[in-house]
Design a protein around this ligand. Structure first.
Ligand SMILES: [Zn+2]
Length: 280
């Protein structure tokens, strides 16, 4: 198995007790991973891990929109409370120069829940301003972006469309929309704008069948696979902690939906990730 988990968080506390063992079985399977930062501390940790395992573990660094406000986050399965952080361009620019850093991310727009005591307009304005700063960071360092987009239940496409608007406004399209859960029409807009789309184990969930026509639609040279570990474990492990090895279930589902061999999906998505993140 030569898969690349293009989005996971082995840099998060969920792995603090057995990180070495998780990394070891990931590497034993012939895999490489991109550890994605969500704030200054986890970005730094992703960079440290990339230095420790050069050519195997890579890092993406950014400030996730949820960390712009102090808020309680009900992530699927693992709830947590975020601390408020202000984006510091100098700090992240220094990190971006470190070896093993292959992307700016995850950042983007998250409209899922407006924190208590915050006005919606302020909530959105601050996110867009911080996204723009991070696009600048990606441009300065010639790195692709890993985009996090989460919509509100009431307006299920709005955060996607507004993320695209912000990126179009500055003419940037070297990015991947991670953990895609929007509709087909929005997926077409994302692809037309030149972005990649990556899927998580959500496509294997029995209650996410509406995503399968999108999996079917996305061309093989525009798709990547990811786990978003420790979140979103696929059905055999649903409710448990996810890990990079389980990215194989995502590849299997794509193969099943597209009527391809799993090996073809592995080869193509790995090639896409190598090219997108300039891994060799
Ligand atoms: Zn993530």
């Amino acid at each position: 198995m030569d898969l690349i988990d293009t989005h996971c968080h082995l840099n998060f506390n969920a792995y603090k007790d057995d990180l070495d063992a998780v990394i070891q079985r990931t590497l034993d399977a012939g895999m490489r991973v991109i550890n994605v930062g969500s704030q200054s501390s986890t970005s730094q940790r992703a960079v440290d891990m990339a230095k420790q395992y050069p050519g195997k573990l890579f890092a993406a660094i950014a400030l996730h929109p949820l960390h712009l406000f102090e808020t309680y986050v009900d992530e699927v399965e693992i709830p947590f409370k975020t601390r408020e952080e202000v984006f510091d361009p100098a700090y992240y620019s220094n990190l971006a120069k470190q070896p093993g850093v292959v992307a700016i991310g995850e950042c983007g727009l998250d409209y899922y829940r407006v924190p208590e005591g915050v006005e919606e307009a302020v909530f959105i304005k601050k996110q867009k301003a911080t996204l723009l700063q991070q696009i600048q960071l990606a441009q300065d360092h010639d790195l692709p972006m890993i985009l996090h987009v989460r919509t509100s239940k009431e307006e299920p496409q709005r955060a996607y469309l507004e993320t695209l608007d912000v990126l179009k406004h500055v003419g940037f399209n070297n990015g991947v929309v991670h953990c895609y859960t929007g509709d087909l029409e929005t997926a077409k807009k994302i692809l037309d704008a030149g972005f990649m789309i990556s899927f998580t184990g959500i496509i294997t969930f029995p209650n996410a069948k509406e995503l399968l026509p999108i999996v079917q639609y996305v061309p093989m040279d525009r798709v990547m696979v990811e786990t978003d570990s420790p979140y979103l474990a696929p059905p055999p492990y649903r409710g448990k902690r996810n890990e990079p090895l389980y990215v194989q279930y995502v590849a299997q589902k794509i193969a099943e939906v597209k009527g391809l061999q799993v090996s073809e999906v592995e080869e193509q998505t790995t090639g896409n990730a190598e090219k997108f993140f300039s891994l060799k």
